[in-house]
Write a protein that binds this ligand. Structure first.
Ligand code: FE2
Length: 302
């Protein structure tokens, strides 16, 4: 049995005080939004309660679905790196970037590239991405379970929260999924933006969601994870056999609507005969001042 813990969109608070020169960009709009709204939603105490409960579950690996930071301020990236270290080592934790991690154009080393150790392939027997696709997709392989991490994080103009994978990353993903499928691996795909058409509007969705969905359908996957919407959701990818697509609520959310309250996910994966089994447990808060409890448990497969 392999257990993966998954959380997304921690939007780590509090926000470090920005310098005026940092706000001379798209960040000014995000800062106004943070002050007016988001700082009341993303609560560090809630995030800490979620991660402490998650640590107590003893998962084999932790996946983080992006949007660790808010305005892509320099101090946010270092703070997020320290937070990642509290979750585990780069061997124990996999991360993908979200749109807030690429809120403004930054050099690789001053942006989410600082977390690169958490976003690298851990096996040598897989085909590396061709040059030009950057560092994504990466593959984390754990015996017969493989986690494929994508990056949809690209800087966009103000008021646009969409993402893009690009043709090369999608083509590489296709080859990786075909290869892992032929080796009968349990394939988990993690992407920040919703991977199915209809889950997000044009200003917040993936520019190339149709291309991604077509590759996922044709090549197949066993589990697809995303965040971005901050809404707990379960959908189905129309591949053969159909695969669950799980959207995560923000792990720091104090929102009072039931599907937006802070959650994280445990996926227990095992093999029975020739079939994969996957059980999902959702743990989270039912009120901002409450404790983290099991909210839902169901078999996603088998
Ligand atoms: Fe987010």
């Amino acid at each position: 049995m392999f257990t993966l813990a998954y959380l997304s969109d921690p939007h780590i608070a509090p926000l470090p005080a920005p310098l005026m020169r940092h706000l001379l960009s798209k960040r000014i709009f995000g800062y106004i939004n943070w002050r007016a709204s988001r700082k009341n939603i993303h609560d560090r105490r809630i995030l800490d309660a979620i991660t402490q409960d998650m640590a107590a579950q003893g998962a084999d690996h932790i996946a983080v679905g992006g949007d660790l930071v808010n305005l892509a301020l320099p101090d946010e990236f270092t703070g997020a790196h320290e937070w990642l270290r509290t979750l585990g080592t780069p061997e124990q934790v996999s991360v993908i970037p979200g749109n807030h991690d690429a809120y403004v154009p930054l050099d690789h080393d001053t942006g989410f590239g600082q977390w690169m150790a958490y976003m690298t392939t851990n096996v040598s027997d897989v085909q590396p991405p061709p040059s030009g696709t950057g560092d994504f997709p990466y593959i984390r392989q754990f015996e017969r379970v493989a986690l494929v991490g994508l990056s949809s994080a690209v800087p966009k103009p103000p008021f646009i929260a969409s993402g893009k994978l690009g043709a090369e990353q999608i083509a590489t993903l296709n080859g990786i999924l075909q290869d892992l499928g032929q080796r009968d691996m349990f394939r988990i795909v993690m992407v920040h933006h919703p991977p199915l058409q209809g889950l997000s509007g044009k200003r917040r969705g993936l520019d190339d969601v149709q291309e991604l969905e077509e590759v996922l359908q044709a090549a197949g996957a066993e589990l697809v994870l995303y965040g971005h919407r901050h809404v707990h959701a379960l959908d189905t990818l129309a591949c053969d056999p159909p695969a669950p697509v799980v959207g995560a609520a923000s792990a720091s959310s104090s929102h009072d609507s039931i599907d937006k309250q802070a959650r994280y996910y445990l996926f227990r994966i095992w093999r029975k005969g020739k079939a994969w089994k996957c059980e999902m447990t959702v743990r989270g808060l039912t009120s901002a001042g409450g404790s983290v409890t099991a909210l839902e448990k169901q078999m996603l497969m088998g």
